[in-house]
Design a protein. Structure first.
Length: 238
């Protein structure tokens, strides 16, 4: 059983990792507690995740509105969908190695990797805990600090270059398989041809996507696969 001193040290290490010191560490403890490691569901991070999801959307919308005054509503919506996606939340959580502090039950301890969905929930829960502890200012500062690089990437469109890499990492880690891509259809003249591509992981084909060239179609197909695997709405529908 973990000693009190060791738990306090772990919480302090987590605070250093996220760049925020809690006045009420019970909030941090709740944010780090998965349902499988809680004495009862209300002691887990599920309620915090519910709040954090809404807070994240509001803060990111506000940041985008002020950072990109010349962008139309549709452009802002596209950037927001990437930035607040569970893929991005899980990525940030993994980059900060916050899974080291996750409190889970014995069943999950047997798994080699924490599922991305759990990491995404953890990120949203931490945001809610910071908001409840330090208010809107603290939550906004946290989001801007850890998510600004993702906002910049999404605004320039460079995130598309990451989807195939992200899918490959996930597929090799979770399925022991390397993704493959198959062209399902082609349309248009040779000088202006579009392609429909599907991504296949461990023998399963995921929703296909169209692109203005093979590279774009593969990136969008990878994004569709990531969304489908993560239980999200597929962004590039035919």
């Amino acid at each position: 059983m973990e000693s009190l001193d060791h738990r306090l040290d772990r919480l302090a290490e987590c605070e250093e990792r996220i760049g925020y010191t809690f006045q009420d560490r019970n909030l941090l403890l709740s944010a780090l507690t998965h349902a499988s490691g809680a004495n009862h569901r209300l002691a887990s991070n599920e309620r915090l995740e519910f709040l954090g999801d809404a807070i994240l959307g509001a803060i990111v919308c506000d940041l985008l509105f002020h950072q990109f005054p010349d962008f139309l509503e549709g452009d802002l919506t596209k950037i927001k969908s990437v930035v607040v996606s569970r893929i991005t939340c899980a990525k940030i959580c993994a980059n900060l190695a916050l899974d080291e502090f996750l409190i889970v039950g014995k069943g999950m301890l047997k798994t080699k990797q924490v599922p991305r969905s759990v990491l995404a929930d953890m990120f949203e829960s931490l945001l809610a805990a910071i908001y409840l502890d330090g208010g809107d200012k603290a939550a906004r500062e946290f989001v801007q600090r850890v998510m600004q690089p993702e906002i910049d990437l999404a605004a320039t469109g460079d995130t598309d270059d990451n989807y195939k890499s992200l899918l490959q990492q996930m597929a090799q880690r979770d399925f022991g398989s390397t993704p493959t891509y198959q062209i399902l259809d082609e349309r248009g003249p040779d000088h202006d041809k579009t392609f429909q591509v599907t991504a296949c992981v461990a023998g399963k084909d995921y929703p296909p996507a169209w692109g203005r060239n093979k590279k774009e179609a593969e990136q969008r197909a990878a994004r569709n696969a990531l969304a489908a695997i993560g239980g999200e709405t597929v962004p590039f529908l035919d």
